[in-house]
Design a protein around this ligand. Structure first.
Ligand code: ATP
Ligand code: MG
Length: 570
């Protein structure tokens, strides 16, 4: 591409709307532009990167024997009503009606669609195993679109669905996808960790996420400092800290005026937060429930939602709802005499002695409360694990880092095939539900994550594998005929070698062109300038500050070597 012909969109200033490096750089390098909240248009440079990532994904998926499909993004409500998700998906689903008042949605994901394809097309075990995938646009009306294309409302996903005759087959399909994902992210130059993930109300360790460690990530990822345990905090299992055994004392209602927060309570009772159990009241799809955790702990809303059988919207209850449940002002909730549909009690609280809770009476708390003797509920793991706690696998301590999910692999089993009647005839002539898996990669989020991991203060530093252009040729003085002629010559020869080249033939100062080249981030730069009179040009890698002066005849070797050392075939 000649820059003189290109719609150049580079910007020097940092756009105020963009908080994180990848978002700023995608705007500054001109990869994309915003159209509405969470809705973006891809400009030519951005599109080239998306296509490069898609090609890597496609190659690795095809290697596993998966077949590419393309389903519609406009989906009839009936399919979703059949699976029950028309109601369960909640406000994240974009819903619309056609001219005949029929309900449709814009697909946020495609389990129903591929289950429907399978039930129509798969009849016999002889057709199995099968893996169908697509690279397609998804729509989700995210509560909080943010960080540019990291969390947008329209995005491109590679989604794959595997179909097997039994659980052993599903294991094989799942592991193949795991390995393909490792290769895909490796080739994209992304450092990812595969971590155990929440699999919703299905339970079990049937799901894993590919996480990029990142300070701007929206997930908390738990890593063991000793073994290889890694899990999303939503999933990470906690070990209850054992409280020291005490004689059970008699409960006592104590007046605690103006004492509302845990800090106030700690000061008032001259004790520590471990002696309190807090009772939080939630609205779970219209059902009022309470969750108890130790005073210094945090509720894990994913674990709570799963325990309640899969909640769509878990929200803190309103002031009115809290007052109705406790018959008191906010701040005095406790388990005794509480009016809720379900009380979930964290393991740790069930093991505490003589603790302090709200009295469900304004201005009062109850001391010396003990589980079982004074109240009962559903006991389980309902809290977040914390930095330094025990690893559930080996008992050593864990640490927590922020991460961004770029891919997700999931064993669905018969969750969709059974209710939707996606059956096949097995070896014994019996009908059986298909064992399914689903596997997603966010293409745009992968692109943004690559930039997060590969940039410096001057711009993007693309890995060669996904770069929009492999080489930038900067012509120092365009009006110098010799410089221009040599640059054109290199440009044409490189293109004939299948190399993507950006020729900066604009009548601009060399400094401006270097700045743009750095911002756009092609991995290699060739500068054709004064030294051309000696038959020499400058060669520079974007990820190094070293500038090499090389002979014209060395250019092609140098560039080919770079491809070779990155394991990329030309
Ligand atoms: P998150 O927890 O970030 O909302 P998710 O669990 O909803 O992700 P999946 O349904 O597993 O995501 O989707 C598969 C992949 O699609 C994710 O791994 C991610 O890379 C990508 N993805 C999901 N939501 C978005 C979004 N709003 N914008 C961009 N990419 C997304
Ligand atoms: Mg989501």
């Amino acid at each position: 591409m000649r820059m003189s012909n290109m719609l150049n969109l580079t910007m020097r200033e940092v756009p105020a709307e963009a908080e994180i490096a990848s978002h700023q750089l995608m705007l500054r390098a001109g990869l994309m532009r915003k159209m509405a909240s969470g809705v973006y248009n891809y400009m030519p440079l951005g599109l080239k990167v998306l296509k490069n990532i898609e090609d890597i994904v496609r190659e690795e998926m095809n290697k596993t024997g998966a077949q590419e499909f393309l389903a519609s993004a406009l989906l009839p409500a009936e399919l979703w009503q059949e699976s029950g998700r028309w109601y369960a998906y909640g406000p994240e689903m974009f819903r619309l009606k056609d001219r005949n008042n029929r309900d449709f949605c814009l697909g946020p994901t495609h389990e129903e669609v591929f289950t429907d394809i399978a039930r129509q097309e798969i009849k016999s075990y002889r057709q199995l195993p099968l893996n169908l995938y697509q690279i397609q646009t998804k729509y989700r009306d995210e509560r909080r679109p943010r960080f540019g294309v990291m969390r947008s409302r329209e995005f491109i996903m590679k989604d794959a669905y595997s179909f097997d005759k039994d659980v052993a087959g599903l294991d094989v399909s799942y592991n193949k996808m795991h390995d393909a994902y490792v290769s895909i992210f490796n080739r994209c130059g992304l450092d990812v960790k595969c971590v155990e993930a929440d699999s919703g109300a299905i339970g079990g360790s049937n799901s894993a996420e590919f996480m990029v460690k990142s300070e701007v990530g929206e997930d908390d990822v738990v890593f063991c400092t000793s073994c290889d345990y890694a899990a999303n905090i939503e999933k990470a299992v906690t070990t209850a800290e054992k409280a020291e055994r005490e004689e059970l004392l008699e409960t006592l209602k104590v007046e605690t005026p103006d004492v509302k927060t845990i800090d106030d309570l700690v000061a008032f009772f001259h004790t520590n937060a471990k002696k309190f159990a807090k009772t939080l009241i939630y609205n779970a799809d219209g059902k009022i429930v309470a969750v108890m955790v130790r005073g210094d702990r945090g509720v894990n809303e994913t674990k709570v939602s799963n325990a309640l059988g899969g909640v769509v919207e878990l929200q803190m209850a309103s002031v009115e709802q809290v007052e109705a449940a406790t018959s008191a002002q906010v701040g005095f909730a406790g388990p005794i005499g509480l009016k809720v549909e379900e009380l979930l009690v964290d393991n740790e609280v069930a093991n505490m002695y003589n603790f302090i809770v709200g009295a469900n009476k304004t201005g009062y708390h109850i001391i010396n409360v003990n589980y079982k003797r004074d109240f009962e509920g559903t006991v389980g793991d309902f809290r977040n694990i914390e930095e330094g706690e025990k690893c559930p696998h080996c008992g050593e301590s864990i640490t927590i880092s922020r991460g961004t999910e770029v891919g997700h692999i999931f064993k669905l089993g018969t969750k969709y095939s059974a209710p939707m009647g996606a059956n096949f005839i097995d070896e014994n002539g019996e009908p059986k539900a298909l064992e399914m898996g689903c596997y997603g990669i966010g293409i745009n989020r992968t692109m943004a994550s690559i930039i997060e991991q590969h940039h410096d203060e001057n711009g993007i530093v693309w890995p060669l594998s996904v770069a929009p252009y492999h080489v930038s040729i900067v012509v120092a003085v365009v009006k110098n005929d010799e410089q221009m002629k040599v640059a054109e010559d290199i440009y044409n020869k490189l293109r004939a070698m299948n190399i993507e080249v950006l020729l900066d033939d604009r009548d601009e100062r060399a400094g401006v062109k270097f700045k743009d080249a750095d911002l756009i981030g092609a991995p290699m730069r060739i500068t054709v300038g004064k030294k051309i009179s000696e038959g020499k040009v400058e060669f520079k890698l974007r990820n190094s500050s070293e500038v090499e002066v090389i002979g014209l005849d060395e250019v092609y070797n140098k560039i080919s070597e770079e491809f070779k050392s990155n394991n990329i075939k030309l």
